[in-house]
Design a protein around this ligand. Structure first.
Ligand code: NDP
Length: 284
């Protein structure tokens, strides 16, 4: 028999989480401040608890997904007694500091981050990051895998939140670069849809640079096996000039250029692009 789970918070994400547990056959209890949001889940077999306390007591695994950490404290803070002996999994986005503070709610705490939109939850493409009590992750792994592909990063409860923002930063950086490129090509009447296949193909190549540079960063040496920072900088200037000539915003390429210039000013001539890590570390 599948373990009984509780889902607290039935916003867009919480509803998807509860639906995935239900679909996988877990007895699922739910609670939400506005109870109306439970209607579809109840129709699908979930039990709507009358209070957060009753909801917590119904599950051995308690998943909470609210707007922010303050809401988690508001809703669960008064129910520490009910949480005792259960595992709390916080899937609310927040900082690593907030995650560490939430461990005060219970002895068995896992923090998680969801790298997926609600419609993907329950499929392997959804990937979820966890950190916190290892034993709790091992014990509840089967249930957590119902939500997507679950990865555990370590005992520090803040790690999942740190991975989350680092990965989101990667997403925004990539998307900004795509949008800037689409604006640049758009000035020459090229549709974004024509650019997109080349953009995705190039992002694929860039993933290989990531792997190579990760090795250099970890070894603390940046040999110019592919190209030097100076070679990159010369080409960056074309991106700035083309942007200005096209009359599109130059802020993004100018920042890219400024980062490379700072690396060179700090003495990283003749090194690979990975030496920019020193700029991001605040040492250049
Ligand atoms: P929603 O805005 O749809 O839902 C927010 C939920 O929080 C609702 O259940 C709301 O209750 C509840 N809530 C907020 N404040 C309080 C409070 N003080 N007391 C009680 N309940 C409260 O957001 P999502 O479901 O989309 O997101 C939830 C979390 O999941 C966020 O941290 C988000 O970053 C994260 N997430 C969301 C993703 C997405 O694609 N949606 C992707 C990855 C992570 P009520 O219904 O009563 O207002």
């Amino acid at each position: 028999r599948s373990e009984p789970v509780t889902v607290i918070g039935l916003g867009l994400m919480g509803q998807a989480l509860a639906a995935a547990f239900l679909a996988a056959g877990h007895p699922t209890t739910v609670w939400n401040r506005s109870s109306g949001k439970a209607a579809e889940l109840v129709a699908a077999g979930a039990v709507l608890a009358p209070s957060p306390d009753a909801a917590v007591r119904a599950g051995s695994l308690v998943v909470v997904c609210l707007s922010d950490a303050a809401a988690v404290h508001d809703v669960l803070g008064p129910h520490r007694d009910a949480l005792a002996g259960r595992t709390l999994v916080n899937l609310t986005s927040g900082t690593s500091e907030e995650a560490r503070e939430l461990t005060a709610l219970t002895t068995s705490y896992l923090d998680g981050a969801i790298m997926a939109v609600p419609e993907v939850i329950g499929r392997p493409e959804a990937f979820l990051l966890f950190s916190g009590e290892r034993e709790a992750f091992d014990r509840h792994r089967a249930a957590l895998q119902r939500l997507g592909t679950a990865t555990y990063f370590g005992e520090d409860p803040g790690l999942a939140a740190l991975y989350d923002v680092a990965l989101l930063g990667l997403m925004w950086g990539t998307l900004n670069a795509f949008l800037h490129g689409a604006a640049l090509l758009g000035s020459a009447k090229v549709d974004a849809s024509a650019f997109a296949p080349f953009a995705t193909r190039w992002v694929g190549s860039v993933t290989e640079f990531i792997t190579a540079y990760a090795g250099q960063i970890d070894r603390g040496a940046y040999p110019p096996e592919d190209a030097t920072v100076e070679t990159h900088l010369a080409t960056m200037k074309y991106l700035v000039r083309e942007s200005a000539a096209a009359g599109i915003d130059t802020d993004w390429p100018a920042r890219i250029q400024a980062l490379a210039e700072r690396a060179l000013a700090a003495g990283h001539e003749g090194t690979s692009y990975a030496s920019l890590i020193e700029v991001f570390r605040g040492r250049a």
